[in-house]
Structure formats: structure tokens, C-alpha cells
Design a protein around this ligand. Sequence first.
Ligand SMILES: [Zn+2]
Length: 227
Amino acid sequence: MTSNSLHAIEGQRDRAEAAVAAATDAVIAAGRAAAGRHWVPATSGNFSVRIDGGRAAMTRSGVDKGALSAADILIQPLDAPLLPGSSAEAPLHVALYRADPAIGAIFHVHSPAATVLSRLALEDESAEDAVRLEGWELQKALKGVRTHEAVVEVPVFANDQDTVRLAALVDARFAAPREAGLHIAPGYLLAGHGLYAFGADAAEAWRHLEALETLLEQERSYRRSRR
Ligand SMILES: [Zn+2]
């Protein structure tokens, strides 16, 4: 082997290690930020960032998301069985990465407005398994939404401890044809459980997470005061 090709291999390995380190750092930062908002009480929530086409950095089960270190992050291959110590909700991350190569980060929190409004939405017989948002300026923080007049649909799924079955339902819902003029949110709700948000990278996923939780809080207090 020539020294040139050795240098090329070393360069590739350095870039791969840097990608793992960057994804790990982004997961840790998201966990801390969510803990600062009280969105991940009692070790709940999970966070992942794509490393490349075949791997994602992901929080392991049962760790305090406000005190993450690199040892709490698993490097999960997307086409292999889940690693020991994976979160019960890891299938929901892996399925989304596999379904959509444009997704670069997925953040999941048990934030108050998402948890409560999702439950109310499923209990309300007039609702169609979704929370519809309309008339809020902050909707424009969601990718592709340009006006407060747009209608944004946040899908709601019944909570299910079988997260493989749940992941299949989520995939089917995001792959289904959309009603004209309706924006589907870059995220979804599990009733009485919490919020998943995703984006092209960690910054976008965080913006979507923060916007959706805030929009849901605005919607919740608006509905309450209209009663
Ligand atoms: Zn959860």
C-alpha cells in the first residue's frame, strides 16, 4: 500500500470519527436543553442525530437527559437489531430514519402541552386523530409553512407499549397522501405521552420541537378560554 492511500484511509477514518463525535455532542446538547425546559422529567424522552446513511447516535435507556455524557449515547446501525441498552422507543427513531433519508435528527419529549392536548384530541370524538393548528404566527417556524393562515396538522397516535407496531403506524401516516393545502407537521403526538419532532439536522429538529410545544401550549390555552 502506498503512503498516499494510507493517508486517504486515515483521512476517511478521521472524518468518520468526527461525524460520530459531532452527532454525539448534538444529542447531549439537545438533552440538556430539553431538561432545562422540564420537558424530560424522571429520565423520560429520547434524542437521536443521524451520523451518516447507516448510523445514528441515540440516547440509551433510563438516563437523565440533563446529565448526558458520551457513555450514555449508543451508535445504532439503522439496518441492524437494536443494541443492548436501547430505549424502548428506539424503534420509533430507527423507522423514521429508514423511511426518510432527509431526516437528520429526531427529538422526543414528555412536554406538558403536547402530553395533555394529544390526550384531549383522541378523547374528542370530533377530532380526526390530529391537532389542527391555524392562525398562529409561530407556525412559520415549521419548514415549508409561510403564513399564519396555513393549516398545520399534527398527527396523534394512541399510546402503545409495542413501539414496533406504533412505528409502522407512524410510517404509514407520514407516507399517506396529504389533503391539498394542509401542511403535515414535522412531528407527531402520542396521546397522554408526548411529542416527537424531527428535522434535516439537530438545529432544525430543535426549532420544530420548540415551535410545536409552544404552538400546542397556545392552542391549549386558547381552547380553554373559549369554553
Ligand atoms: Zn416517551
